[in-house]
Structure formats: C-alpha cells, structure tokens
Write a protein that binds this ligand. Sequence first.
Ligand SMILES: [Zn+2]
Length: 117
Amino acid sequence: MSRSKRRYSKKSADNIRIAKEHIASLLTRARSVAKDNHPLAHRYVTLARKVAMKFRIRLDSDQKRLFCQHCYRFLVPGKNLRVRVHEHRVIYYCLDCKKFWRKPVTKKRESKKKVKR
Ligand SMILES: [Zn+2]
C-alpha cells in the first residue's frame, strides 16, 4: 500500500511570497547603506539575487534598475553610475565594470494612457 507521493509543490506559494518580501527588504537595505557602505550594498544585492534564483522569482524592472546587470554592484548615480541622455535614449554607464547599457526614453504621459486609434 503506497500512500500518495510527497508533494513538493505544496510548499511553494507561501514561500515565494515570503521570498519576494525578503528580496524587497534586502534591496531596500542595500539602498539605505549604498552611500556609506558600498561593499555591503553589493552583498545585499547578491543575497537578493540568490533568493530570487532559488525561488525562480523574476525581479521587476524597478528592482533590476537598482543594480548593474553585469557586475551586480548596487548603482548610486554620481558615484558608480553615470547617466547620460543621448538621442532619446538614456545611457547608463557602470563605473565599476565599465559597461554601459541604453534605455529608450519613454514619455510618461503616453505610456500610462494607451490611446486607441
Ligand atoms: Zn557593472
């Protein structure tokens, strides 16, 4: 007589919620220490990413913006992040790993309201 198999999926939903809160709080802490203690902020980012990977959580775009996508250093504009606007794009330049990435400038008025024509 074999009883039902152990269900591993049972634990997930609640833990994912907790993990998401954990990630959010880690990134909040990273932000608060970033100016004074950059290595510690980097550590918080690393931990947040580890939690995210373990639970296969995708960080939202606001969270991803906080750190460099190449070296995962917490980004502080003016300290290790250079921001320039060039031809309708914002260019972010990470001073830690010397890599840069671009983002199109979106007009807030238009992106919030979808105008149907
Ligand atoms: Zn970097």
